[in-house]
Design a protein around this ligand. Structure first.
Ligand code: SF4
Ligand code: SF4
Length: 430
């Protein structure tokens, strides 16, 4: 694609990166076929190619974002299915991140929209605040029939019970059982520690049982993806910098084998820290080291290659594996989770249209409840055709989105692997 930036514009590193991305696009449109919003809405501007054109025009004109641009970029899930499909290697993720930053800096959203975004950015990344907000939602949940739109979406997504904080989510070291085969830091996440603390508990039990020492680093917090996808890049860089310092304090003499992440949405973000800080002389090298260490838990386990004996109870369970977009498109991890589950003896199947997003996408299911609801129902119908006893996935966002839509318990992949290797049966399986 031809671009027309001036030399002065290209002096801005963000514009220079955007220019390089735009020039790799050959307008072929293959990406539109696998874009969930194009599939639903059938509008070229709600597909990747149309969004690329809109952003190109906006950046070349050095113009503030218009309502049209904001509408179509806001409808993008950042699912990155288009990146998997693109034969030309267009880095849509970095392009749309730049587009969102520009929108945040140049467009004034309606008052209620601004307030909601502020509340979400203030609360979700911080477990204490998020817990307080969910407690309020729990109290309001019985009256959710009185609400519509985003408020209703928030109440529908709120969990029906909240357990206490898990002791594993405090800074500490979990020693390996037997001979130590590895040492990793675990990103324990923000929202996940409140909604589903059993995931970190299962991850730590599983890793230590397989001979891996697990460190929960002092000071670590949210990965920054939630605010990054809102275009609040100042906030996301600040959150990422805190994590980089926390993890590298545990990495003296390169002693970490990996930073293990069990929420694929966060994994995609941490793997991008190197790009985020590429122009920051104080953090560029450190961020690149952290990105190189980042590994989804399934990716790390596959490399560890543990011998997992087939688990007798697994044979009677039909497991449908839902691959989160951030797993299959953001990190290009497809086979590892399924292979691990199969090695443990589970009969694993996948739904058709597996490339399509379930509509979760960070805060998308709150901000765009109609499209998110249609995608959820479509995903749930495809999952139902596989007649699962249990649905397994590797991302807390998808678990929350699908929990009430699927007629089977929804668990994290590591909960099944933990159970199969000697851990407790996942609570949701009864
Ligand atoms: S990220 Fe997903 S929703 Fe956005 S343009 Fe690409 S395929 Fe479509
Ligand atoms: S598939 Fe790639 S090259 Fe083709 S239009 Fe989409 S982004 Fe451009």
């Amino acid at each position: 694609m031809q671009t027309h930036f001036t030399l002065a514009q290209l002096a801005d590193p963000d514009i220079a990166a955007t220019n390089d991305i735009l020039r790799t696009c050959v307008h072929c449109g293959f990406c539109t076929a696998t874009c969930p919003t194009y599939t639903l809405l059938g509008d070229e501007l709600d597909g990747p190619r149309g969004r690329i054109y809109l952003m190109k025009q906006m950046f070349e004109a050095d113009a503030p974002a218009t309502e049209e641009v904001v509408t179509h970029i806001d409808r993008c899930l950042s699912c990155l299915s288009c990146m998997t499909t693109c034969p030309s290697g267009v880095h849509y993720q970095h392009l749309v991140d730049h587009g969102r930053k520009h929108i945040e800096e140049t467009y004034t959203r309606p008052f209620m929209d601004r307030m909601l975004r502020k509340v979400l950015a203030w609360s979700i990344p911080y477990p204490l605040r998020f817990r307080a907000m969910l407690t309020g939602a729990l109290l309001a949940r019985p009256f959710r029939g009185l609400f519509r739109g985003r408020m209703r979406a928030m109440l529908d997504l709120a969990p029906t019970d909240l357990g206490p904080p898990s002791p594993v989510d405090k800074p500490q070291v979990f020693p390996a059982e037997g001979v130590r085969k590895g040492r990793v830091a675990l990103l324990n996440g923000c929202a996940q520690t409140v909604i589903a603390p059993q995931i970190n508990e299962a991850t730590i039990r599983l890793l230590t049982r397989l001979g891996v020492e697990v460190v929960v680093a002092e000071g670590m917090g949210c990965c920054g993806s939630l605010v990054h996808h809102m275009g609040r890049t100042g906030d996301s860089h600040a959150q990422a910098a805190v994590n980089i310092d926390a993890w590298l304090a545990e990495d003296a003499h390169d002693s970490l084998d990996a930073i293990v992440i069990n929420t694929s949405g966060c994994g995609t973000q941490v793997k991008d820290y190197g790009f985020m800080f590429r122009e920051d002389s104080a953090y560029a090298e450190k961020a690149a080291r952290v990105s190189a260490l980042a590994s989804d838990v399934s990716e790390y386990l596959a490399k560890l290659n543990p011998s997992i004996d087939a688990f007798e109870e697994a044979a009677s369970l039909r497991v449908t594996y839902h691959s989160a977009c951030s797993m299959q498109h953001g990190q290009q991890i497809r086979n590892e989770p399924k292979a691990l589950l199969a090695a443990a003896g589970f009969a694993v199947s996948e739904p058709s249209e597996g490339h399509l997003c379930c509509g979760s996408a960070g805060t998308y299911n709150i901000m765009q409840p109609k499209i998110a609801g249609e995608l959820r129902d479509r995903k749930a119908a495809n999952i139902a055709r596989t007649t699962p006893d249990v649905l397994a996935t590797g991302n807390i966002g998808c678990m929350t989105q699908l929990a009430d839509a699927v007629d089977a318990p929804v668990v994290h992949t590591v909960e099944l692997l933990d159970w199969a290797t000697g851990g407790p049966k996942p609570r949701k399986l009864g």
